[in-house]
Design a binder for this molecule. Structure first.
Ligand SMILES: Cc1cc2nc3c(=O)[nH]c(=O)nc-3n(C[C@H](O)[C@H](O)[C@H](O)COP(=O)(O)OP(=O)(O)OC[C@H]3O[C@@H](n4cnc5c(N)ncnc54)[C@H](O)[C@@H]3O)c2cc1C
Length: 389
């Protein structure tokens, strides 16, 4: 098989890149290790920046998000027993949208199917090869047969545990990492959200987040020890712990119910540099991970593929490799700002094992400053709604 761009991974990065390239007349094939149902069953991100929604619109996959997504003008910060609203729209003129990653993925999959583009699901032993030279190719196995795709470029959109970054010679890559000493225990429940907007809570017992996927489906998280297992957290224990970390009004409004999904996610910041290795370019979680506190993971994957699709268009339309040459630096500049923001939100809102009373007071002082200073509110809002591309 021959294509211009072989995309590894059918998560949000791979699927959106496929549609952006298709819109520019650049043919591409997607190789995905899992089944479509498996990909659609992964409960992950749920908050979209305006830039993300705009790109979904650009590829004709945004209509359902506009119909069903919930537009939020702000968030609430809970600390010291009270809640304080940050009006992000007033500070920046921008909003964010609640719309699940599962829905984004489904809309992009449907758009890809409607366009008749080739996707190979359940492709095993996928291997990017020859990307240091002029003839890159990707091999994979499907139904016991080995296949090879010749291409001009390989897009590594295969997430943190993917094969693309792992195929790079160790001396060609530099990584930066911070592992946080706690995880997030999350549940999804078929209950109305406790509040219209997200509540981020800094509490002596640990962080809590109240978010949602729709007007009837809620997502709640509590900070938990890294070595906890979900078996230790029956629903009743989860709801009790969440209530302890919320203000009284939220506790009074909270509707509890059986969990329909429950998981513990570790928190990590990770960046690989560069994001281009000859004719292989990385995008999304394949190149970087952020803790979910800033709601940036999915949105960063989207901004990467925006830059990447533009670079590839320049290559094919204008016969110029300037965009490809500049891709890594351009993407990383935005990535590092989101990494900083996500680290900062995490540091301000969580209970760290070694923070002591001093650290706890510093967090409260910072939160108090944040809600009382226009400059600080604007800075938080600018980053939260998404820095410009
Ligand atoms: C448990 C969890 C919870 C999260 N929660 C949030 C959240 O609340 N908010 C937020 O903003 N972000 C969250 N994120 C981050 C967000 O989901 C990711 O940033 C986003 O999925 C990145 O998209 P991606 O396409 O780059 O990678 P992925 O979504 O990981 O997609 C990569 C794809 O590549 C495939 N793949 C992997 N290896 C291979 C291979 N060898 N061959 C072929 N295919 C392969 C995978 O099956 C997958 O479909 C969460 C992530 C995780 C893991």
């Amino acid at each position: 098989m021959r294509t211009k761009v072989a995309i590894i991974g059918a998560g949000p990065a791979g699927l959106l890149l496929g549609q952006l390239l298709h819109a520019a007349g650049i043919d591409n094939v997607i190789l995905e290790r899992q089944t479509p149902d498996y990909v659609l069953g992964r409960i992950r991100a749920g908050l979209l920046e305006e830039g993300t929604v705009k790109l979904l619109d650009e590829v004709g996959a945004g209509a359902r998000a506009h119909r069903e997504g919930l537009v939020h003008d702000g968030i609430e910060l809970a600390f010291g027993g009270e809640r304080h609203r940050i009006d992000m729209k007033a500070a920046t003129g921008k909003t964010v949208m609640i719309y699940g990653q599962t829905e984004v993925t489904l809309d992009l999959m449907n758009a890809r199917k409607a366009a008749g583009l080739t996707s190979v699901y359940e492709a095993s032993d996928v291997e990017p090869q020859g990307f240091d030279g002029d003839h890159p190719r990707v091999t994979y196995r499907k139904d016991g047969i080995t296949h090879e795709i010749d291409c001009d470029f390989i897009a590594g959109c295969d997430g943190f545990h993917g094969i693309s970054r792992a195929s790079v010679k160790p001396e060609a890559i530099r990584t930066f990492e911070r592992i946080y000493p706690f995880g997030w225990l999350g549940i999804l429940s078929e209950t109305p959200p406790v509040s219209h907007e997200l509540i981020y809570s800094n509490h002596a017992r640990g962080f809590a987040l109240c978010t949602m996927r729709s007007t009837h489906r809620s997502r709640y998280y509590v900070q938990c020890p890294l070595d906890d297992h979900i078996e230790q957290w029956p629903d009743a224990r989860f709801w009790d712990e969440l209530k302890r970390r919320l203000d009284q009004k939220a506790v009074d409004n909270l509707v509890t119910g059986p969990s329909i999904e429950k998981s513990i996610a570790p928190l990590r910041s990770f960046v690989a540099e560069p994001m281009r290795f000859g004719r292989m370019l990385l995008a999304g979680d394949a190149a970087h991970i952020v803790p979910p506190t800033g709601a940036k993971g999915l949105n960063l994957a989207v901004s990467d593929v925006h830059y990447l699709s533009r670079s590839l268009r320049e290559y094919y339309d204008e016969k110029s490799s300037a965009g490809i040459d500049g891709y890594s630096a351009q993407a990383l500049s935005r990535v590092w700002k989101a990494v900083r923001f996500s680290w900062w939100m995490t540091s301000m809102l969580h209970k760290f094992p070694d923070q002591g009373e001093f650290g706890a007071r510093i967090q409260l002082a910072e939160l108090d400053y944040l809600v009382s200073s226009k400059a600080a509110t604007t800075s938080l809002s600018e980053n939260y709604v998404g820095l410009p591309y």
